[in-house]
Write a protein that binds this ligand. Sequence first.
Ligand code: GN1
Ligand code: MG
Length: 364
Amino acid sequence: MDLTEKLEQVSRLFRIEDTYLGYETIQMGNVNHTYKVNFRLADGSPKSFLIQNVNTYAFRDPVGLMDNIDKVTEHIRAKSPGKTCLHFHHTADRKTYVADGSNFWRMTNYIPSVTYNSVRDPQVLRNAGKAFGEFQRQLSDFDIHSLKETIPGFHNTRQRYAHFRQAIAEDKAGRVREVGEEIRFLLDHEELACTLTDLNAAGKLPLRVTHNDTKINNVLFSDKDHSALVVIDLDTVMPGLMGHDFGDAIRFAANRCEEDCKDPAKAGVDMDVFRAFTEGFLECTGNTMTKEEADTLAVSCFCLTAELATRFLGDYLEGDPYFNIRYPQHNLARTRCQIALAKDMLARRDEMEQIVRECLATQK
Ligand code: GN1
Ligand code: MG
């Protein structure tokens, strides 16, 4: 069966009865595969949905993952009457997925919108910060213990480093000798990179329900007024730290180039972007944030960037089993870009601390 037929079959299992017109592949994320499936309704009008094939190498418990997502989306939906929300379709036996062989399919409503991989407009960035801040706020009364850990230790940077060391020791793809300088930088900065993880282990930071993958392209914006419509990609919603969501968002949105740019010299923090996003994020979270959390925001950007660099490089050393790659050295380009960004974050740490303080002061 080819993919067109497969996607039609999956749609039927999610009880979509309309006339199937075909599919488009959507470039979204580095882990799952996403398709927009198009239908014609009885009255002739078009209607689309998104179907994703969940990567079960990354997500070992996809059923637990869908259970998390279902609970979280319904919690948010109940709190946002009349607002655009994500909604997962159900099969006849009330499941939010169709599992066949190694494929694990799910289907959501398609929300017409725009997304950004890189944006410099401060209003859009403020709105993105608000969207992720609001996401945390909406889930502040969610029962954190009802969430499964979809990827255990996802932002446990110590554990990420342990895997990274193992990848170096095993050298499965014979690539260690190419990347001595990158390995050295990451190992030299392990202590600082593990700041959040260590503070958490010491019980100094509150656990919250966090998104954990706060790339700005996980926010859908209205194409009319650039307001944020909804936060998507809830695969990694888990108990986490405020700095995980803040740091990862800055890592992606405030970088002067795309995260896999082949020219690492272009990477660095755009401080105007940093400020605009921080303003929006703190507008929604500032009054519930503890002093310890506020103190970690600037360093969290370095932590999350270094952590992801160990993951990209570890994957490269293992022969790229985890991240989807579009060319053989893709994970290496990603690594170099993240390292260059992390270096710039080190140089600008005081400046970032200062901006966080200024933004907090206007909140209180
Ligand atoms: C992966 O697939 P995507 O784009 O949602 C990864 C994130 C990384 C990101 C880097 C489950 O996210 O942790 O930050 O790539 N997600 C998972 O682009 O590993
Ligand atoms: Mg994701």
